[in-house]
Design a protein around this ligand. Sequence first.
Ligand code: LMR
Length: 342
Amino acid sequence: MFLPASTVLPRRRWLQTAAATALTTLSQPSLSASAMTIRLSHVVARDTPKGMALERFRSLVEERSQNRIRVQIYPQGQLYGDHDEMQALQLGAVDMVAPSLSKFGPIGFPEFELFDLPFLFDSVEAVRRLTRGTIGRTLLQGLNRQRLMGLGFFDNGFKHMSANKPLLEPRDFRGLRMRIQGSRVIAQQMRSWGALPVVLPFSETRRALETGVVDGTENPVSNFWTQGMQAVQSDLSLTGHGYLGYAVVTHQRFWDNLPPKDRNLVQGALDDALVFGNEIADAQNDKALAALHLTGAANIHNPSPAQTQMLKKASAPVHVELATRIGPDWLNTVQNALRKTS
Ligand code: LMR
């Protein structure tokens, strides 16, 4: 049982209803040996790296379980969004979510904001060497603090800046209101360039750009394109200043309820789907960029090496500020790991 997507309830009512739903759900065996449905919610379009990876997860689970286990995906924030997807997971109103790593800081996991550090990574391979090693395992285990289970990491790619003007060096950002995810590191990044960070849910971003609530934002090209942001942002500047990746998360209660053989089947399908997602992520971002070039729907700019150096220099203090927030040992561990593998 869950709230139909069309239901729009005032927040308080929603919580009461979701709690009642969860209790109902919990009072019934959420799984039976015969058949079950995994409800998975995410906030982006289907034809994005995340959307396609999770679709692959669905088809692998259904195929390998001979449809005994179904996966119902709710994309584009149809069911839950940035405001409430983690609450919905805690209440058992949804079984899996796949938020951006930038969305874990505000819910009590500031260590995840290391992925938001501007210009920390020079490639997704460098990120994967972290997420596939001890650091990745430690981060996922840390989610147990709130009875969450981290099931795996996967990529989208590097973020670029958009607005109705080129954004190539710090002075271009001065005074601009820039939509960001709820990460303190990203907020500091924007401030270091003279912009005003504005935290908004992903689902409200395009409208906020259209109405002038914010002047610009940052996205991988696949999100920029699939959300139609080119209709409300005239300029895309390929700064590649930060990384956007995801973690698939479930609740311990759901995971513990799964019979061991189903747990193995679901984890195996997810592992394979995330490898697939990483394989297609670059291609999806390249396809979106090619579409923008072809349609001429946005002016596309490349910062010069000198301009990139200016952005890096201005945002360097964010690394120190984060060390204070998450503990210097975290950052030292990450930097040592990156040095070893570069
Ligand atoms: C955003 O909020 O900009 C991204 O986290 C959306 C997504 O999930 O890719």
